[in-house]
Design a protein around this ligand. Structure first.
Ligand code: M6R
Length: 608
């Protein structure tokens, strides 16, 4: 988690670092800090809280053209000024920022303390800067490499030394670090959003790589000093995409970007002539695809729920058995990798540690793992055997919205592709293709109801507990709706299969616990309505997302959000999830929450 910035060049470093940190704030917002090389020595400024609090503390006259910055999501040590990064060595000559977790820090700390090093923070990160101090004999690069060789765990670091004011050393092992190559200036950051207002030429560091940079040049090596040739890549994201552009919050912007994002995900991938989909990047021949006997999907959070929708689709459209598993569980249960099983690792950021480690475990056992990612060049995108980018554009808000609808878009395409290689007829494939192409317009119709959903949220935001209930392909959508509500409004919410509540959760039903039912007009409609009646007869309040003109709910539901009717019920997850995203967003607004920065969370979870 945590965001790192580094700058070397002609500009005032503090300004560049703070601007970068603001863009990286979604990675963590417990505390922030910068360190700049001034003529008199290193100038360190750090503060608990969000970047704006740090900015208040940074004097406008701060000089220096090289520096490092950090925004923290606390793992080791409380949230306070002292635990904020950068950390200094005992002499105050060396400064370092770190993202990741050093697992063997306590042993190292004990040893360093016995050698006379004095620690000021409770963090694991501080050991690294003291190790660099211990090994420093004139070459910062060498000292950093010696220090890194002793670490167990994950890191993205940037280090600077007072005696080398135009030099930065960056390194990565398990936590992302990107180099931005400018014209006479260099940047380091945890991701490209902190860099693209200056340069779109980037170098993605791999695990085990160290970059040594000045304003004019850079060199990449491994820990044994072997030089590594790196490709400079061009970032396709535009600056406007990472700005709020008139919206109050990134989450709001991203909800409203969904029609465009889905269009982009579909664009160029549907072949109407063959009634199938084309997905470049899979690195699989038609024969390979035909040989798939099973699919296993792994992911975390919202991506996991998208995977559940994907599994439902692959089984019903392509008739390929499919399972979904939380990446955090899969990794540690010695998973069985069977021949002819295709694996998917789904991740918006492509950096989620649980998902990345699950991917590595599967690959180690010989599995083929495809990535479904948004962030180009991310770890999962690079380490997977192939995959599909969802192309939803940068997702900045901690609560994932457009990534979900774009991820499921990819699953609809993949199910079409696999289905058409098997039993799915041309006509059925064509119907799926047309329905998918029409989804962006349908989503726009729902977004146009924002005002009424806002009013509904105002009516319900004071409740303390909610149930979200759906069945079939909309069951994961119910869980996603509950996740959205709880993570940004802090209202307790649970997502269940509507059928399952009678096995326990129905005990929670009373006037104070509203139930949000998802009622598509598919084969399960009558079953869901029965479940609604069970709640109604126990005095529960009922909200429903239901298809336009569904009069049978009028005497059951207290409030209804109407969605357009679809020809093919399989596509309702797109339409069901959008009202739930808006409902969660407006409840959070009503309660005065900081929607984009929910408490205790960060956007990409790069620690286990
Ligand atoms: O980047 P990823 O898709 O791998 O992230 C997975 C989860 O951490 C993420 O979806 C999380 O649950 C979001 N906060 C949900 O809104």
């Amino acid at each position: 988690m945590c965001g790192i910035t580094g700058y070397c060049g002609p500009r005032p470093a503090a300004k560049v670092l703070l601007e970068g940190l603001k863009r990286l704030e979604y990675r963590g917002y417990d505390s922030a800090g910068i360190c700049v090389a001034e003529e008199e020595g290193l100038r360190l400024i750090k503060r608990e809280g969000k970047i704006r609090r740090l900015i208040e503390k940074v004097p406008t006259n701060i000089k220096g053209n090289t520096g490092i910055g950090h925004t923290r999501w606390a793992t080791h040590g409380r949230v306070n000024d002292l635990n904020a990064h950068p950390h200094l060595d005992c002499s105050g000559n060396i400064a370092l920022v770190h993202n990741g977790i050093i697992e063997n820090y306590s042993g190292l700390k004990e040893k360093l303390e016995s050698e006379g090093h004095v620690f000021l923070s409770e963090t694991d990160s501080e050991v690294i800067v003291h190790l660099v101090e211990k090994f420093y004999q004139g070459s910062l690069e060498e000292a950093v490499k010696e220090a890194l060789a002793l670490l167990k765990g994950t890191y993205g670091i940037v280090c600077m030394h007072r005696d080398h004011p135009g030099l930065l050393i960056g390194a990565r092992n398990g936590s992302p670090l990107v180099l931005g190559v400018g014209n006479g200036e260099m940047f380091l950051a945890s991701d490209v959003t902190a860099i693209i207002s200056y340069t779109k030429a980037v170098v993605y560091l791999e695990d085990g790589e160290v970059v040594t940079l000045t304003a004019a040049e850079y060199k990449t090596t491994d820990l044994s000093d072997r030089e590594i040739e790196k490709k400079v890549e061009a970032v396709s994201w535009e600056l406007e995409e990472i700005e709020k552009g008139g919206y109050s919050f990134f989450m709001e912007k991203e909800i409203f970007e969904q029609p465009e994002a889905i269009k982009r995900g579909v664009s160029g991938r549907i072949d109407l002539e063959q009634a199938t989909a084309h997905l470049g990047g899979l690195n699989m021949s038609n024969r390979d695809l035909l040989n798939i006997e099973r699919v296993r999907i792994t992911a975390a959070g919202t991506s996991y729920y998208a995977g559940m929708v994907g599994a439902y689709l692959l089984e019903s459209v392509a008739r390929v058995p499919c399972t979904v598993e939380l990446a955090s569980e899969l990794r540690y249960r010695n998973p069985i990798v069977e021949r002819n099983t295709l694996h998917f690792a789904v991740s918006q950021s492509g950096e989620t540690a649980d998902t990345l480690y699950a991917l590595r475990e599967l690959q180690r056992k010989g599995a083929t793992v495809l990535g479904i990612c948004n962030v180009v060049g991310s770890s999962i995108a690079r380490e997977s055997d192939g995959g599909v980018y969802i192309h939803s554009g940068p997702e900045i808000a901690v609560a994932s919205t457009k990534a979900f609808t774009s991820q499921i878009t990819v699953f609809y395409l993949f199910a079409m592709l696999l289905g058409r290689m098997r039993h799915l007829s041309y006509e059925a494939g064509l119907e799926l293709a047309h329905e998918l192409q029409a989804i962006p317009t349908r989503v726009e119709q729902i977004l146009a109801k924002q005002k009424s959903i806002k009013e509904l949220a105002a009516k319900y935001a004071h409740y303390k507990n909610f149930l979200f209930l759906g069945r079939g392909i909309n069951y994961p959508v119910a869980m996603e709706g509950a996740l959205k509500l709880k993570e940004i409004s802090y209202i307790h919410a649970e997502g269940y299969s509507a059928a399952e509540i009678k096995h326990g959760p129905i005990a929670l039903i009373n006037e104070e616990t509203p139930s949000f039912f998802l009622v598509p007009d598919d084969g399960l409609k009558e079953k869901v309505i029965s479940n609604m009646k069970e709640v109604k007869s126990r005095g529960g309040r009922i909200l429903a997302v239901a298809v336009e003109g569904e009069n049978s709910l009028n005497n059951i539901a207290d409030d209804i959000i109407e969605i357009p009717k679809l020809k093919n019920g399989l596509f309702y997850p797109f339409l069901m999830v959008v009202p739930l995203q808006l409902f969660a967003y407006y409840c959070a607004l009503d309660l005065g929450r900081d929607v984009d920065h929910p408490r205790n969370l960060a956007k990409s979870v790069t620690v286990e």
